[in-house]
Design a protein around this ligand. Structure first.
Ligand code: GLU
Length: 425
């Protein structure tokens, strides 16, 4: 029996939380007796809304809204990024925190899931204003974060500098230097080698294995990438290095195609300098919607949630979708892609490379002993491959899509921990 007045119990189906709940519903038949605990996954353990007032450079006082949600802490401290975006909502952060729970369990990291965000357009802030927003937000969520309780990291529009400010603010408030409170920090502040490119690397490693199993040759394969931030650009670089051709790219500034394959290094440098891909001379600009029907073999959505709608899924030409973003595919589109024989490697395994190297960073901070990049990449590849292979076996055994199999593996781990810990008080 459960009853609630909370609006997020009945969200709209294509909202991030709605997408997440329907993904959980699909796994229930595979949970056996653990299904008794499934309600645990359908509500966040704890959600904090904070007011973030700052003084702007011109003297005005402006208020932003911030959130930190701890979805589940059964398997360990909360883990998950912080997103700065004008469209961030509590419901979105809830879904993102839940996907972190599933992701950490899917690759068997000893973490629960959490996520944070501020409803702000960081492009409209000066560097000083950005620092003030970050520090005030960190102070406010200081109530619930900590190296043993909840560890933030970068996500959309946040980076190593922002993590440095978060680490410093938390440390000043507790009166010590707590490097382990956030991951994705700069290298000389306890950051880890390999962290910046880790998510893209994980997309590539899982994609390469999925391609092999799906009978798709990477050399010469045509790749389309949506989102050209940290994840999309790093993945594009690795696919290009492996001999694939990046033939379509879309970001918030525009959509470009090039049948012969982009000069990826040139495009990355251009996008970094100009703040987006629009205007890059090495490709032809096309309309936004045409991106989804662009001829390609591999499609990598690496931007925001809910991008791959049912209508777009019908036009996808790729044989394989690699979810670099969190929650890019709505459930109806998932079904359409499955019917059309398009393999989807779901976010909760495909983009788990970032949080995996975050875990390495946290472990290194605790032991104050740092590994070389080769060791990090080797361990990362091994964790990603073991995770994917285990999930693939489950999918084969039950004849279910990879997403449902990933949820089955992950939710079993989460709910087993939940059951074994029991209810207290
Ligand atoms: N923001 C990344 C994600 O969505 C990484 C989170 C982390 O490193 O904690 O997986």
């Amino acid at each position: 029996m459960s009853s609630s007045t909370l609006s997020y119990i009945n969200p709209s189906p294509n909202s991030p939380w709605g997408i997440y709940l329907s993904q959980v519903d699909r796994v229930v038949p595979y949970l056996g007796d653990l299904a008794r605990w499934v309600e645990t996954l359908k509500r966040p353990k704890r959600a904090l809304i904070v007011d973030v007032p700052i003084e702007m450079d011109d003297g005005a006082v402006v208020h932003f809204e911030g959130y930190r949600v701890q979805h589940n802490l059964s398997r360990g401290p909360g883990k998950g990024g912080v997103r700065f975006h004008p469209d961030v909502t509590l419901e979105e952060v809830m879904a993102l925190s839940a996907w972190m729970t599933v992701k950490c369990a899917a690759v068997n990291l000893p973490y629960g899931g959490a996520k944070g965000g501020i409803r702000v357009d960081p492009g409209k802030l000066s560097q000083k204003e950005l620092e003030r927003v970050t520090r005030r937000y960190t102070s406010e969520i200081g109530l619930i974060i900590g190296p043993l309780s909840d560890i933030p990291a970068p996500d959309v529009n946040t980076n190593a500098q922002i993590m440095a400010w978060m680490m410093d603010t938390y440390s000043m408030n507790v009166g010590g230097t707590a490097t382990g409170v956030v991951t994705g920090k700069p290298l000389h502040l306890g950051g880890s080698l390999g962290r910046v490119k880790a998510t893209g690397r994980g997309v590539f490693v899982t994609g390469r294995e999925a391609a092999r199993r799906h009978g798709l040759e990477l050399r010469g394969a045509r790749v389309a990438v949506q989102g050209f931030g940290n994840v999309g650009s790093s993945a594009a670089e690795l696919f290009a290095e492996a001999g694939a051709k990046i033939v379509a790219v879309q970001d918030h500034t525009g959509t470009l195609v090039n049948d012969k394959g982009f000069d990826v290094a040139g495009l990355v440098a251009y996008a970094r300098r100009e703040g987006g891909i629009a205007g890059f001379k090495g490709g032809e600009a096309i309309g936004e919607e045409a991106f989804w029907g662009a001829p390609c073999d591999i499609l990598i959505p690496a931007a925001l949630e809910g991008q791959l709608t049912a209508e777009r899924a019908r036009r996808v030409q790729a044989r394989m979708v690699l979810e670099g973003a969190n929650g890019p595919t709505v459930p109806e589109a998932d079904d359409i892609l499955a019917e059309r024989g398009v393999l989807v490697v779901p976010d909760v395994i495909c983009n788990a490379g970032g949080v995996t190297v975050s875990y390495f960073e946290w472990v290194q901070d605790f032991s104050s002993f740092f590994w070389d990049e080769e060791e990090i990449n080797e361990r990362l590849d091994r964790i990603m491959m073991n995770g994917l292979n285990h999930i693939w076996d489950k999918a084969d055994r039950h004849k279910i899509p990879l997403r449902t199999a990933t949820y089955a593996v992950a939710c079993e781990r989460i709910l087993m921990a939940r059951k074994e810990r029991g209810l207290y008080p």
